[in-house]
Design a protein around this ligand. Structure first.
Ligand SMILES: Cc1ncc(C[n+]2csc(CCOP(=O)(O)OP(=O)(O)O)c2C)c(N)n1
Length: 324
């Protein structure tokens, strides 16, 4: 599959926006400038960028507690995301959702979610809703390897399979659920083989190669749109940062992985991989990539300024826009 230059640049821009945004969020959380728990996805950018590049605006996604990257790749605006993480009134949820509950229905973002595995039935229901409404939109469900051990995963895949729902399940297997290595709590080596239990296709994908992710996602999305039912993609990847920013406070002197392992995965950086592809294929100039990096840095600076200068919600608004 030949991927056009505009789309290549779009995928790189998505990865750069995620990388810079997440690095900034990590630094601001470490400095106690933003409240609450934040989970960043540095190192995992290619799965969000590659999958969302295969979607159109009316397609929908569900996300996770580690959701900033998915939202950004689906077109989320950095300023409103940052303001939401700051708890400001100008944020996506008027400051009442925070990092784990950012939503933008206009962009098909059905929400990040603090409940592990909760996106699976939401995505499945969204796909059913599209069928009932006779819309040919596809829903993508992002979730982690840990979530694939939840009942919601198995129930959702079964239902989507028998009803041939237009949904793509994207497992981002980063090797850990919090501080627990995946292989100590998961019955299979590859999550993708679980697709067999539900009679649907399942593929292991190099989750650090945005081009490979895009190719698999495009096929799965086309299948779903054509009414041929769901696909399970397992993007093998790794998170460079802790489970949550500041995880050392929970771990004390304990460690659940080695520096060597982290460094091995850093050597497989999805952005550097793309830069090498750009140079070797001769399709994209280094200057074009640099321009994207500079534009994104400026966009991020403006987003932080916007968030810092925005007002907090007034105490009188506490019961507005929430279920009470
Ligand atoms: C239903 C539920 N159980 C447990 C938790 C606590 N928890 C938060 S993140 C997490 C690990 C999830 O691992 P995974 O799905 O692999 O995603 P990752 O953090 O690796 O991106 C757990 C157990 C939760 N938020 N919700």
């Amino acid at each position: 599959m030949d991927i056009g230059k505009d789309l290549l640049l779009e995928m790189y821009r998505a990865m750069v926006r995620i990388r810079l945004f997440e690095g900034k969020v990590r630094d601001l959380a470490t400095a106690n400038e933003i409240p609450g728990f934040v989970h960043v996805s540095i190192g995992e950018e290619a799965s969000a960028a590659g999958v969302c590049a295969a979607l159109r605006k009316t397609d929908r996604i569900t996300s996770t507690h580690r959701g900033h990257g998915h939202l950004i790749a689906k077109g989320g605006r950095l300023a409103e995301m940052m303001a939401e993480i700051y708890g400001k009134r100008t944020g996506y949820c008027k400051g009442k959702g925070g990092s784990m509950h950012i939503v933008d229905f206009n962009l098909g973002i059905l929400g990040a979610n603090g409940i592990v595995g909760a996106g699976l039935p939401i995505a499945t229901g969204s796909a059913l809703a599209a069928v009932i409404a006779k819309r040919d939109d596809v829903t993508v469900c992002f979730f982690g390897d840990g979530a694939s051990n939840e009942g919601t995963f198995h129930e959702s895949l079964n239902l989507a399979a028998i009803w041939k729902l237009p949904v793509v399940y994207v497992c981002e297997n980063n090797g850990f659920g919090e501080f627990t290595p995946m292989q100590t709590v998961t019955s299979v080596k590859d999550i993708a083989v679980r697709a067999q239990a539900y009679g649907i296709p399942g593929y292991v994908v190099d989750g650090n190669d945005v081009l490979e992710v895009y190719r698999y996602a495009s096929e799965a999305v086309a299948r779903a749109r054509a009414g041929e039912g769901p696909t399970l993609l397992e993007c093998k990847t790794y998170r460079w940062e802790g489970h949550v920013v500041g995880e050392q406070a929970f771990l004390g002197s304990g460690a659940y992985r080695t520096e060597q392992e982290i460094n091995e995965w850093k050597a497989r950086c999805p952005l550097v991989r793309f830069q090498k592809f750009a140079a070797e294929s001769g399709k994209i100039d280094a200057a074009e990539l640099k321009r994207i990096e500079e534009e994104t840095a400026a966009e991020l600076d403006a987003a932080v300024k916007f968030a810092r200068e925005s007002p907090l919600p007034a105490p009188s608004e506490v019961a507005e826009d929430v279920y009470v």
